[in-house]
Unconditional design. Structure first.
Length: 191
């Protein structure tokens, strides 16, 4: 079984990546292969809404001069997709949304490539906006016909400066439970 984790943070080794590395530790304990993509180290162009990905002769996005294709292929090859983002003015980062917009269009235009995959979002912010961003990302999972496990609370955490999220005990407990539930569900569905 494989899990792909995507950090939408432009900050390297920040709170968002910390949460995803914690998720990776839990996946590894369950012998689930993981692949982490940090968009801070990559370039993703926004969707042009050209509709080419829905044409039978294309089978994918016609934008090829960025890092989108490798991430999309990992998403397709994985059973679990986890996204995480800091909150920017009540929404996910533009880099993450560029990736998800394109992935959604390609998936839906080619037979729902992400259908029935398991996953969900995790959001982190200094003091507010996590719920709006969590809902924004949750809509993406739902419209792509994916399965999102619950947790003990919404998958949100608090932190501004690097390392702050390590002090958010509730946020860490919620993220851990979300991954536990994700692993439990994946084992039920895929074993």
């Amino acid at each position: 079984m494989k899990a792909v984790l995507i950090s939408g943070s432009p900050r390297k080794n920040g709170n968002t990546e910390f949460l995803l590395h914690r998720c990776i530790e839990n996946f590894k304990k369950a012998d689930i292969e993981t692949n982490l993509f940090c968009l801070s180290k990559m370039h993703i162009k926004p969707c042009k809404a050209c509709g080419s990905c829905r044409k039978p002769e294309n089978k994918g996005c016609i934008i090829t001069d960025d890092d989108f294709s490798s991430i999309l292929q990992s998403m397709i090859d994985s059973q679990i997709i986890i996204t995480a983002t800091p909150v920017y003015f009540g929404s996910a980062t533009p880099d993450l949304m560029a990736l998800l917009d394109r992935a959604g269009y390609v998936s839906r235009g080619n037979g729902n490539l992400l259908s029935r995959k398991i996953g969900g979002p995790i959001t982190v912010a200094r003091r507010a906006g996590q719920n709006f961003t969590y809902a924004q990302l949750l809509y993406w999972y739902m419209v792509n016909d994916m399965i999102v496990p619950g947790s003990s609370y919404w998958n949100i955490a608090f932190g501004k400066d690097k390392g702050d999220v390590e002090n958010d005990k509730d946020g860490l407990t919620t993220a851990d439970r979300f991954i536990e539930n994700t692993i439990w569900l994946a084992e039920k569905l895929y074993n």
